[in-house]
Design a protein around this ligand. Structure first.
Ligand code: AMP
Ligand code: FE
Ligand code: FE
Ligand code: ZN
Length: 283
């Protein structure tokens, strides 16, 4: 790979083929080591199934691994992604809620594909392929449309027909953000709000909202993320400081599925050490 040895710290937000990334957990571990990163967290959407592979590959590659997840949540009608670190994979209440999210994602994706197949020659098989264990989402539908030749890449498919205003679009079940924070904490984990000022959102996370999340036990907020809008960040940064939230940075790497580059944003290893000390599954 062209980039190597220039990055440092932890990349705390990455996706693999266990959700909507295009690379395996072991590939992320190898690439992170090549870049010179201290370590990385695997944060697939609504699943921890990639942890074992990531952990083993990190050991082989000689870098650190932090177990994570990105949970599909919503608050006051708005989609909010919640990162959870160090949760106990045996925590029943949290994993029952996640199973419900994945069930809903499956039914929703099947119905979106049914609607799309009236106008585009795609099938359910072309969307899920052989990876039937992963968390399915719009990115997989986008990939099938790209493979069938309708769009150049995932982002174009999203912009053209997979966005929320599209007639083919359907929402999916999400856990209320306050409840998800509670579930992550009850599972021995630490919760961080992902991309609070992402440009794709209609509005950024508000100060009042962030205060409510902090009061519910939020640990951190992803102030450094390639999709955060600089002009939306100041009140979020100020509220994070006021409420004592940890500031994390990460790339939201999706392999070839998004332009985000592994390690392009990172978190100080000293902060990750503090994080490890407070969670049930620190490695
Ligand atoms: P879903 O959770 O199934 O509604 O799909 C949302 C996921 O699609 C997000 O987590 C992103 O990874 C990805 N995504 C959203 N918008 C875009 C876009 N414009 N281009 C590429 N990927 C996107
Ligand atoms: Fe994603
Ligand atoms: Fe996200
Ligand atoms: Zn993500």
């Amino acid at each position: 790979m062209a980039r190597s040895g220039t990055q440092q710290g932890f990349d705390l937000h990455t996706h693999s083929v266990f959700s909507d990334g295009t690379t395996r957990p072991a590939d992320i571990a190898r690439e992170a080591a090549e870049l010179g990163l201290t370590g990385f967290a695997l944060t697939d959407h609504d699943t921890v199934d990639g942890w074992d592979e990531a952990r083993a590959a990190a050991r082989t590659a000689g870098i650190e691994f932090l177990p994570g997840i990105e949970i599909t949540t919503k608050h006051a009608g708005r989609s909010r992604h919640l990162l959870g670190y160090g949760i106990d994979p045996a925590a029943g209440e949290l994993f029952a809620a996640l199973a419900e999210v994945r069930r809903s994602r499956l039914a929703r994706a099947q119905e979106m594909v049914r609607r799309l197949s009236a106008d585009y020659a795609i099938t359910w098989e072309s969307v899920v392929g052989e990876e039937d264990a992963r968390t399915v989402g719009r990115p997989h539908i986008a990939d099938a449309l790209v493979a069938a030749g309708y769009f150049a890449d995932r982002s174009t498919a999203f912009a053209e027909i997979l966005h929320p205003a599209s007639p083919y679009y359907l929402g999916t079940h999400a856990i209320d953000t306050l409840e998800a924070i509670r579930l992550v904490r009850a599972a021995g984990g630490a919760a961080a709000l992902a991309h609070p000022a992402a440009f794709r959102q209609r509005t950024p996370t508000g100060a009042q909202e962030l205060r409510a999340f902090a009061a519910a036990g939020l640990w951190g907020v992803e102030l450094d993320h390639p999709e955060n809008r600089a002009d939306w960040l100041p009140p979020i940064t100020a509220t994070a400081a006021e409420t004592g939230l940890a500031a994390i940075g990460s790339s939201d790497y999706h392999g070839a599925g998004k332009p985000n580059l592994l390690g392009e944003r990172s978190t100080d290893p000293a902060l990750v050490q503090l994080l490890r000390e407070r969670v049930a599954t620190p490695r």
